[in-house]
Design a protein around this ligand. Structure first.
Ligand code: GRF
Length: 203
């Protein structure tokens, strides 16, 4: 079974959802590591409810961000991780890290990419008075929020929605779509060729 690391920085509801699916064997993988760059973040409390190694250290404990990321890479290697799932990890992954794990780092973004890239995807769609937004799961590349898309799903925005209502609707979709996308990758149904997603026909 493949070994997964899950990276988070904040609330950690996607992290908890993924760990729950792994524990309940709906997602056939090993939760090998949870990492957070925010030692006090709520995501860590969520992770500690599960039988998974939890590691957390902040960038400010290091000389610079390269030294921080070197330690992150070492940690991932130490736990012999196959795939890294970003679940609300609020740091840009540097090129060196991406090259070390080609097509092994997956992210969830709360919009229908390429629309509403960036750190505030839900709020930006809401404030733009868009009629719809969505959820996208993609491989991480050096271009932020722009890697090959594994799965994406639209989420409607209704006229009476508050931002909170919309956030809840987007998150509910994330909890369904992220495990589904990871499953496709783990089962070998999705690969990347020439920077393009390829859905593999199964016999
Ligand atoms: C999610 O909306 C995810 O798409 C984005 O950050 C948010 C994290 O929420 N990248 P949570 O920490 O999983 O609750």
């Amino acid at each position: 079974m493949k070994r997964l690391a899950i990276f988070a920085s904040g609330s950690g509801t996607n992290l908890e959802n993924l760990l729950t699916k792994i524990r309940d064997k709906e997602l056939k993988a090993i939760a090998a590591l949870v990492f957070s760059d925010k030692p006090g973040a709520p995501c860590l409390e969520r992770a500690r409810k599960f039988d998974v190694p939890v590691v957390s250290f902040p960038p400010k404990a290091f000389y610079d961000k390269h030294a921080f990321e070197s330690r992150v890479i070492e940690t991932v290697e130490q736990y012999e991780v196959d795939y890294i799932l970003l679940a609300g990890y609020m740091r840009i992954i540097m090129p060196r890290f991406i090259k070390r794990f080609p097509w092994r780092i997956i992210n969830i973004h709360p919009s229908f990419l390429p629309a509403f890239k960036g750190a505030h995807g839900i709020k930006d769609a809401f404030e733009a008075r868009s009629e719809k937004t969505g959820v996208t799961v993609h491989f991480v590349t050096e271009d932020v929020d722009a890697g090959p898309i594994i799965l994406q799903e639209e989420v409607p925005i209704y006229p009476g929605d508050t931002l909170e209502v919309l956030e809840a609707r987007v998150h509910e979709t994330e909890y369904r779509v992220y495990p589904q996308a990871v499953k496709l990758v783990l089962e070998g149904k999705v690969t990347v060729e020439n920077n393009q997603i390829k859905f593999v026909e199964q016999k």
